[in-house]
Design a protein. Sequence first.
Length: 273
Amino acid sequence: MADARSDHNPDLRPDCAKCAGLCCVAPAFAVSADFAISKPAGRPCPNLQPDFRCGIHPRLREMGFRGCVAYDCFGAGQRVTQTTLTGSDWRTRPETARRVFAAFAVVRPLHELLWYLTEALALPAARPLHAELETARDETEAHASGSADVLGKLDVEEYRQRVNALLRQASALARAASKGSRLDRRGADLIGADLRSVDLRGADLRGASLIGADLRGVSLALADLTGADLRGANLAGANLAGALFLAQSQVESAAGNRGTSLPPGLARPINWA
């Protein structure tokens, strides 16, 4: 089977040149370590320029907008702009803005699911589930390509839970091949934890909070990192080359160095020494 990884699927990578700055307008954010200011949902960030570009993009980290660096729409922005509501200008028509932002709120999690399903299909160990995974991918794509009215009727949270159950099965098959401890730390609070002596090979870290955790030199081969919060985690010298479901946004939010190994298709952040 050909490599199905999403790094070969441009539709699941953000293309800001084809978007209308939706990630800078639709979501809300609050003053924190990740954002220098607060902004309600639907209001443009003051750094958004008339051409939909970020006025401080090269300096986001130093200006206190680390959350923007780590954000990933998985290509939903350009889909809503170019396909779902083509030609709709949220800046001049409030009624259109509501439809655009509502569509983006549904398409973004659907594109994230498409990313995970594509990753799962690239796992040889998950081959017994490939037929179900392909069906789920096709169904998710059909939902994502729906009209704004159709998207508004989808219970995206219920649908996400259903697909996640299948993704967990794929993860279990992949992690079963690990020679590590395969610890279950799903959803665990590991904020600031020193994990350098813990065998995390094949671990289930789905949704775990690893904010500021010390993972220097740790092997995360075949560890499931779906939704794990890696903000400020120290990944210097860590081996993530074989990690499962690790997204670029997670890498961008962590701290690493040249000794950090990443999976194929993920880029080393420019601020990593």
